[in-house]
Design a binder for this molecule. Structure first.
Ligand code: MTE
Ligand code: HPA
Ligand code: MOS
Length: 779
């Protein structure tokens, strides 16, 4: 029955994509009706789990006083590694991540046992006895990446990426800059903490509600831990209260514990950790240490760069390998580096295992070159913007160190437009004048660009599936492999389906992610959610449309090539039939009204050993100008104004995209200005494990004047409706805030001084930098 007519030709006159629509759950978010895992009505007999954590950073586990724990009020069972039926692992790539500690204790906070009790408070009370019941034999701990690097202790072998003749080019360069620097990690601080709720099902099976970006991985890891087949485990997630990368792999420990307990006890078991335990158990963005040497000419053009990137991975590999690969692939950021020598070291330390966080190593890679370019500009006494523009990728100088050509390069035009709209040059002059007459308060200004590669940097992950059901009343349900974490993926996918079928957006509903619907999904990550699932859903909708077309043509007495699906009806030959009516007739004619869809990103290839290939389908670009005010007596900073121009291709939903840009900007600003992680230098305890000491940005920290605009240019790559991914790239925009603070501090020192500003640029860090540059002024 299917004919070879291109269904894409039947375009809608009332587009459902490219228009701002409220998030499909916005009204539920604000009214409190949106159901998160902990809101699911508890099944009768539900038990609650809590984790007993390692009190030491490194050592051997001698014994646990299980009897004492079992005697505590409400306690039903206590699980240890010995209770894991099959594989004691929740690590995603290497199998090096125990669910519960097995002999070796690796960090303060590592789960050692799980208490299952009749209610959550009682479970937590018993679990809090960990220090008392765990007998340990401590060993020396390695707490910093530098220490680990010094003794060659890594979670995976070092990675190297070289182009050209960096050593001789560096030696021959007219100028040289050597530097060392570091940037801290960052807690995801999803508002909904890690949680899993496991319900035993008949015949050796399990239903798991899990707050996760990666239901399929949870299904597999639970099955492996249980010694089961995948079909015995169903994982569902309607939505997360944020993931930010923290639930790409690290939801697994909680999923596995809940699953093991529920199966052993034949009772539903819920594991919801509180914020302090979430901080202590799970990892976060990798902090990075850098050492670099760069050679450049009188104009500030980079001739050669050598850099070591050392990431603090914590006790296991988790996703540290692809995170480092992305850091290496983003070190170039916007710039042509003819000769380059990069080394990535994934340091193994006795801390939480670090993982994905918005940007996935990209921010840590690109921040290094932005600091370097800023340093070059200060050395030469040039405006950093000028040096940036001189180093931009351009025709003939447009191949990245990993061998991918920078196609559809928007860096030049986008930056030019932002310079214009932000009034950069006039404001630069005004700030110089302000600083000359303001001894205590100093202003700073910086423009930083972003180029961000879109695709998973592991080729096979770039695939997605979807199911579209058209019911006989003309309403549509779409299910896809992606997960909703607040980013608006379900809204965008529903828009794509509505657009394809020519129905209004309200006619389409997206349902919870469920491993029993779409199988073998990838994590919703790498910003690819709408690229992949949008295409898969479009494929499914087109198949249905293709099946409806012969019937519609017959009813309207026209050619199939004349049909237009639009606004809830199908038109052709000057007549129209309602979509609902058409679907009703199709049902009676026994035409299949539901379909699967699939998408695999074309043209990707990657040699993981050589770090060469085409890892990215396309690049997203952006730039931001930040203006800050710094109180040089207190170290306090304020972002007075931020102008952002960001490239999302042809936006699927401008309102959602602007929300993503704003959110990412402020989140990145938090990473670089206020969110500081401190581990006790002897015990290895993470001291900043609650919002009392770990400061995420609030509404008060937003730029006072925040101007976000979308750069209007369709994606040259054949992405879903020529849009571009938006989730992660704008996290790099607030590099401009850090560098503007550095600029303001530089105004306290002698000409061409280069303030040694740490990141995050907390008030303490700012004061140290001010002191360093003002001390230089003394004879
Ligand atoms: N936005 C919200 N509101 N909540 C989140 O957890 N995660 C970010 C980003 N935006 C996140 C978010 C991260 S890390 C990624 S990879 C993308 O969303 C994932 O979703 P997408 O691929 O659909 O953009
Ligand atoms: N981003 C997020 N997750 C990933 C990636 C990536 O680039 N590669 C492998 N897993
Ligand atoms: Mo995002 S860090 O790829 O989950």
């Amino acid at each position: 029955m299917e004919r070879a007519i291109d269904p894409a030709a039947a375009v809608a006159a009332q587009p459902q994509v490219g228009v701002s629509r409220a998030h499909e759950s916005a009204h539920l978010h604000v009214s409190g009706e949106a159901v998160y895992i902990d809101d699911i009505a508890e099944a009768q007999g539900t038990l609650h789990a809590a984790l007993g954590l390692s009190p030491i950073a490194h050592g051997t586990l001698q014994s646990i006083d299980l009897e004492l724990l079992r005697r505590q009020p409400g306690v039903v069972a206590v699980l240890t590694a010995a209770d894991v039926p099959a594989e004691n692992n929740c690590g995603p790539l290497l199998h090096d991540d125990p669910i519960l500690a097995d002999g070796e204790l690796r960090y303060v906070g590592q789960p050692v046992f799980a208490v299952i009790a009749t209610d959550r408070e009682l479970a937590r009370r018993a679990a809090a006895m960990a220090k008392q019941v765990i007998v340990t034999a401590p060993l020396p701990a390695v707490l910093t990446a530098r220490e680990a690097h010094a003794i060659g202790q890594y979670v995976i072998p070092p990675m190297h990426l070289t182009r050209g003749e960096p050593a001789s080019a560096l030696a021959a360069a007219p100028h040289r800059l050597d530097g060392e620097w570091a940037v801290g990690g960052q807690e995801q601080f999803y508002l909904e903490g890690q949680i899993s709720y496991a319900l035993p099902q008949e015949n050796q099976a399990l239903l798991l509600h899990c707050s996760t970006q990666h239901p399929s991985e949870m299904q597999q890891l639970v099955a492996h831990a249980m010694g089961w087949q995948a079909h015995q485990v169903t994982v569902q997630c309607r939505r997360m209260g944020g993931g930010f990368g923290g639930k790409e792999s690290q939801s697994a420990l909680f999923a596995c514990v809940a699953a093991i307990a529920a199966t052993q006890l034949r009772r539903p078991v819920k594991l919801r950790v509180d914020r302090d335990d979430d901080f202590l158990v799970t990892g976060r963005r990798h902090g990075f240490d850098y050492r670099w040497s760069v050679g450049f000419d009188d104009e500030g053009r980079i001739l050669a760069a050598e850099i070591d990137l050392i990431s603090n991975c914590g006790h296991s590999a988790d996703l540290s390998a692809p995170v480092m690969a992305r850091a290496l692939c983003h070190f170039d950021n916007a710039y042509w580096l003819p000769h380059v020598d990069m080394h990535g070291y994934c340091a193994k330390t006795n801390t939480q295992s670090n993982t994905a966080f918005r940007g996935f190593g990209g921010p840590q890679g690109a921040l290094a070159i932005e600091m370097i370019v800023d340093g070059i500009a200060r050395r030469l006494g040039l405006d950093a913007l000028t040096v940036r523009q001189r180093n931009f990728y351009r025709e003939g100088q447009d191949v990245t160190p990993y061998g991918q050509r920078v196609e559809d390069n928007q860096l030049g035009p986008l930056t030019d437009e932002l310079i214009e709209t932000s009034g950069y040059h006039a404001r630069r002059a005004a700030i110089t004048a302000f600083n000359a007459s303001s001894p205590v308060l100093k202003k700073g200004l910086a423009l930083t660009p972003v180029k961000f590669g879109i695709s998973f940097n592991v080729v096979h992950l770039n695939q997605a599936g979807a199911l579209v059901h058209v019911y006989v009343d003309g309403s549509v349900l779409v299910n896809h492999g992606g997960t909703e974490m607040g980013q608006g993926l379900n809204t965008k996918v529903a828009q794509v389906v509505a657009h394809e079928l020519g129905v209004l957006a309200g006619a389409v509903r997206a349902s919870a992610t469920d491993t029993s619907k779409v199988a073998n999904t990838s994590a919703t990550a790498a910003s690819t959610g709408s690229d992949l699932n949008g295409k898969a859903a479009q494929d499914a909708a087109r198949k249905i449309k293709r099946r409806l077309m012969p019937l519609a043509a017959r009813l309207l007495n026209c050619g199939e090539d004349e049909l237009v699906f639009d606004g809830g009806e199908v038109r052709g030959g000057g007549r129209a039939v309602g979509f609902k009516e058409l679907v009703g007739k199709a049902y009676l004619e026994r035409i299949q009204l539901w379909s699967d869809g699939f998408y695999a990103t074309p043209g990707l290839h990657w040699d993981r050993a050589k770090l060469q290939g085409k890892p990215f389908y396309y690049y997203a670009f952006g730039a931001a100008v930040a203006e800050v005010l710094v109180d040089t007596l207190t170290g306090e900073t304020r972002v007075l104004r931020a102008d952002v121009l960001h490239d999302v291709g042809r936006s699927l939903n401008p309102a959602l995209d602007i929300g993503q840009v704003e959110g990412a900007f402020v989140q990145g600003q938090g990473w670089l200005t206020s969110e500081e992680l401190v581990w006790h230098p002897q015990s290895g305890l993470l001291l900043t494990h609650a919002p009392s000491t770990y400061k995420i940005p609030t509404a008060n920290d937003m730029p006072r004047d925040f101007r976000v605009a979308l750069f209007d240019a369709p994606n040259a790559a054949d992405s879903i409706h020529r849009s571009k991914a938006v989730g992660e790239p704008p996290l790099l925009l607030p590099f401009s805030v850090l560098l503007a603070i550095k600029d303001a501090v530089a105004a306290c020192g002698p000409e061409r001084c280069d303030p040694p500003l740490r990141a995050p640029a907390t008030p303490e860090a700012v004061l140290d930098a001010v002191e360093a540059v003002t001390r230089k002024m003394l004879p």
